[in-house]
Design a protein around this ligand. Structure first.
Ligand code: GLU
Length: 546
């Protein structure tokens, strides 16, 4: 029996040969230096902030070089795959405006000429590549039962040996064709293992784009290529796919760093040019005095849905990712806020030690980003947010659209805009007093004793306040009534002789502010009064008692 016939028995019904598949995937016609990379998530549940980080960075690297970033779904571990997992990934990434040039766009549709991009649809292709190895005696069927493997693992643990199938533990490495065929005829189940040509005593040098030159012992593990269900392992699928899809750069999390010797060995065995690997450090968090990896299970901020629910602008999350990805981004961003995405990322500025995920810093970025938004943009975002999370506020924003935009426009679209709004969720909190429906409900009556003066307030609204005054006139008028009620028209005057006055003009302003908003701190009072209008100011002043 020839090796080819043998391979046909081990992996039957494979439609094409490796060579035929290779001919189907044409070279890409991209300009010099263009990076082809991919984001390759497994549909195992929600999108992790780490996944958002990697996908965003990968798309940036590709696009800044005029290259391609594709979305490949790695669903060969069927036990870990969750229902709707693919749709969720696609939706969450799209929601963040992360766009791929090729890949799955739903469970059933995809774009691009290098697919299928969902691994479970590529079974035949992987098997063709495995057959190629079997024919060259570089792969073999392994009939070890799970119990046998478990026994080996325990034995290795006990004697503190390396875990895995290698050397003496690779029981079927040299199985003859006859023995294999006999076992198969008896119905024994098997998997296909790689016959690793490596020697653990040798070193392999690998250049990582982020970490520089790395030295590892050569791989000598006979890793699994094709599992019992006929699907490949991650290691093998990544070789086949990244080769056929003409991927030049593998940007992925550093949990795969230790598998690098296996991966380069696979590329070398097939005689393929090794891709450039760039391993990104995990996002970390301070916890109980130490620093640990952000955990899907423990940390609410690990899920991207957290940012959506908190109303943190997607742009702020991405700006934050850029600051974590490249140490020189932050300084650049300060000068280029308008074009925050135009930064050119570089691999050598990516941290190798893990980036501390700092929610306070993100809040700060979010606050600053919101301060640069136009009132109408912020209105739309607040509307979308409240539609999902705060129906009452949504109804008010809808009912009073123009008014709300004007409210949001106070101290906005100016050189030094207000920075009180941290996220879309806090819009309501910051402006609720501007809506009578919420003012009477959300705001607790303010106990304002310090400069309380009802006569002044009444006089002011009945005899002084005029909606048509410009800001200067408005302020001058407040100054003018000060002496009548025992307040100093100038703060300086009051400071020099505090005993002669009840307070100063700034206290009068504060009094008016507290009366109409129930807050000591608000954006510009003149604008607030103008938007409230005389009748509503009057109503609020009348009700303002201590
Ligand atoms: N499916 C792997 C994961 O989710 C992908 C790693 C890679 O990018 O190669 O970790």
């Amino acid at each position: 029996m020839t090796k080819t016939e043998y391979a046909n028995i081990l992996l039957p019904n494979v439609k094409h040969t490796k060579e035929e598949y290779e001919n189907m995937y044409k070279d890409r016609n991209l300009k010099e230096g263009a990076i082809v990379t991919r984001f390759a998530p497994s549909p195992t549940g929600f999108v992790h902030i780490g996944g958002l980080f990697t996908s965003f960075i990968a798309t940036r690297f590709a696009h800044q070089t005029g290259g391609i970033c594709l979305l490949r779904i790695e669903d060969t571990d069927t036990k870990r795959t969750v229902e709707n997992g693919i749709e969720e990934i696609i939706r969450d990434l799209k929601d963040y405006g992360i766009t791929f040039d090729e890949g799955a766009i739903s469970e059933t549709e995809e774009i691009g000429e290098y697919g299928p991009y969902i691994q479970s649809k590529r079974k035949d292709i992987y098997q063709a590549f495995a057959k190629y190895l079997i024919e060259r005696d570089l792969a073999y069927p392994c009939f070890m039962t799970e119990e046998e493997q478990e026994t080996i693992r325990k034995k290795q643990e006990n004697v503190k040996a390396r875990i895995g199938i290698y050397g003496q533990f690779a029981k079927f490495r040299n199985i003859t064709m006859d023995e294999a065929l006999e076992r198969i005829s008896k119905g024994e189940k098997y998997i296909i293992r790689f016959k690793s040509p490596g020697n653990f005593e040798n070193k392999v040098i690998i250049e990582d784009a982020v970490r520089g030159k790395l030295s590892f012992p050569e791989n000598d593990l006979d890793i699994v290529l094709i599992k019992k269900d006929g699907l490949p392992t991650y290691h093998f699928a990544h070789l086949v796919d990244d080769h056929l899809m003409k991927v030049t750069h593998i940007i992925r999390s550093d949990e795969w760093l230790s598998s690098l010797p296996i991966h380069v060995q696979l590329f070398d065995t097939f005689g393929y040019k090794r891709p450039i690997y760039a391993h990104l450090s995990p996002l970390t968090k301070k916890d109980e005095g130490g620093i640990r990896k952000l955990s899907k299970r423990k940390d609410k901020e690990a899920a991207v849905s957290y940012y959506h629910e908190a109303g943190i602008p997607k742009e702020a999350v991405k700006i934050y990712i850029m600051t974590t990805a490249n140490s020189n981004y932050e300084e650049w961003y300060e000068k280029n806020k308008e074009n925050w995405l135009d930064f050119t990322l570089s691999f050598d500025k990516v941290s190798t030690s893990g980036s501390l995920f700092d929610l306070d810093k993100l809040t700060n970025i979010s606050k600053n980003f919101i301060s640069t938004m136009k009132a109408s943009e912020l209105y739309e975002e607040a509307l979308n947010y409240s539609q999902e999370f705060d129906k009452e506020f949504y109804d008010l924003l809808t009912k009073y659209k123009d008014y709300s935009i004007n409210v949001l426009n106070i101290e906005r679209e100016v050189e030094r805009p207000r920075k009180d709004i941290e996220n879309y969720a806090s819009v309501r909190k910051e402006i609720s007093y501007m809506y009578d429906e919420l003012f009477n409900k959300d705001e607790t009556p303010y106990e304002y004793k310090d400069f309380y003066n009802k006569d002044l307030l009444t006089y002011y609204i009945n005899n002084v306040y005029d909606e048509s005054d410009d800001k200067q006139t408005w302020f001058n008028k407040i100054k003018e009534i000060c002496p009548r009620f025992g307040f100093a028209s100038e703060t300086k005057e009051y400071k020099q002789n505090p005993d002669n006055y009840k307070g100063s003009v700034s206290h009068v302003c504060e009094l008016i502010r507290v009366a109409v908003t129930h807050r000591k701190e608000t954006p510009d009072l003149y604008e607030i009064l103008k938007l409230l209008g005389k009748d509503r100011i009057k109503e609020r002043i009348e009700k303002f008692n201590i």
